[in-house]
Design a protein around this ligand. Structure first.
Ligand code: AMP
Length: 189
């Protein structure tokens, strides 16, 4: 079973490319952002806690995310592969993922790191905010999400580099062109 960490800052195209991967490879998909938004819509305790962090552009605490992911993994025992979209976002989450997969006799196959310049990210997210209905797609929260990414999430790149799992992908150009690069890496692992 392949475990693909689809990584990159907000607006780098993780959601769009996840859809392409699902369509071509039929893999299971875990987007921690989607799971949290569903928890908020269902007004669960986790949703109520997560909402404030999300609206400030901050990360939901590791312990909550890791518990949530551990439960979600059990939904995919028979999958050909799993795409992790928006997780891990801290080095502690990356370590926890390694342990959760080890417990199941497996490991991350590759980390696909989508590289997109910051101004392009801001332009994409502001544009997305016109139609997404997401409470965090506004300029103030976007700036905060990018700071959070740079300070807390970007170090995860070094974690996977040290593991020999890092694949950098230029996330500029056409969606289909970027997807071709992604497929080359998925097929190679
Ligand atoms: P996303 O849909 O991936 O852009 O996530 C939206 C928001 O959900 C983020 O800005 C965080 O507040 C929260 N979130 C999503 N995934 C995680 C994660 N792995 N760790 C902590 N917070 C997360």
């Amino acid at each position: 079973m392949k475990h693909i960490v689809l990584f990159g800052p907000p607006g780098s195209g993780k959601g769009t490319q996840s859809e392409n991967i699902i369509e071509k490879y039929g893999y299971g998909h875990i987007s921690t952002g989607d799971v949290l938004r569903a928890e908020i819509a269902n007004k669960t305790d986790l949703g109520k806690t997560a909402k404030d962090y999300i609206n400030k552009g901050q990360l939901v605490p590791d312990s909550l995310i890791i518990d949530m992911l551990d439960k979600k993994l059990d939904d995919f025992v028979n999958a050909q592969g799993i795409i992790f979209d928006g997780f891990p976002r801290t080095t502690a989450q990356a370590e926890a993922l390694k342990q959760m997969l080890q417990k199941r006799g497996t490991d991350v196959s590759v980390m696909l790191n989508l590289l997109v310049p910051e101004q392009e990210l801001i332009d994409r997210l502001v544009k997305r905010g016109e139609t997404s209905g997401r409470s965090d797609d506004n300029l103030e929260t976007i700036q905060s999400r990018l700071n959070t990414y740079n300070n807390q999430t970007a170090p995860v790149i070094d974690y996977y580099k040290a593991e020999g799992k890092l694949a950098n992908i230029k996330g500029l150009g056409t969606v289909s062109g970027i997807f071709e690069l992604i497929c080359e890496h998925i097929d190679a692992v």
